[in-house]
Design a protein. Structure first.
Length: 157
């Protein structure tokens, strides 16, 4: 049984603490892969002063849990942890953490990439960037949809 932990909120996270919580009281994981996403100061050549993330509480956690469940179904994972921040964030702030644990590294690596690709395309977050003068909503990127295609069955359009 894969242990799954999901947290969405305004508070920053500590990678060391999150890792310790993931592997506490278990010795089955020979590999833990961590991805930490941070806010960039540029996006498509535009300066970013603030990135505002909005979501629907309850709905977002359910969607993240579904993504983690899908990863646990595809790979032999011992644990998955997803921490995602919302609210106003500034360049260099941490925005997302995905930890995947498995007996072997390949499953942990692949599952981590899968979770991030699905987070970028399927998770119900809305992003608004501001340069300090004006703001705009961030559209979905074709590159994120293309990255997700590798996880779909060959017969999926």
């Amino acid at each position: 049984m894969t242990r799954i932990a999901i947290r969405v909120g305004h508070d920053d996270f500590d990678l060391g603490r999150e890792y310790a919580a993931l592997v506490a009281d278990e010795a089955d994981s020979g590999a833990v892969v961590a991805f930490v996403g941070r806010v960039r100061d540029l996006n498509l050549d535009r300066h970013i002063a603030v990135l505002e993330l909005e979501h629907y509480p309850g709905m977002t956690e359910k969607a993240l849990a579904k993504i983690a469940d899908q990863a646990a179904t595809r790979w032999p994972l011992t644990a998955v942890s997803i921490v995602h921040r919302v609210g106003p964030l500034h360049p260099s702030d941490q925005i997302v953490l995905v930890l995947t644990a498995s007996a072997h590294r390949h499953a942990a690596y692949d599952a981590n990439a899968f979770v991030m690709d699905y987070l970028k395309t399927e998770a119900p977050f809305w992003k608004r960037e501001s340069d300090g003068q004006s703001s705009h909503w961030v559209d979905a990127r074709d590159s994120d949809a293309e990255a997700m295609q590798r996880w779909l069955p060959d017969d999926t359009p």
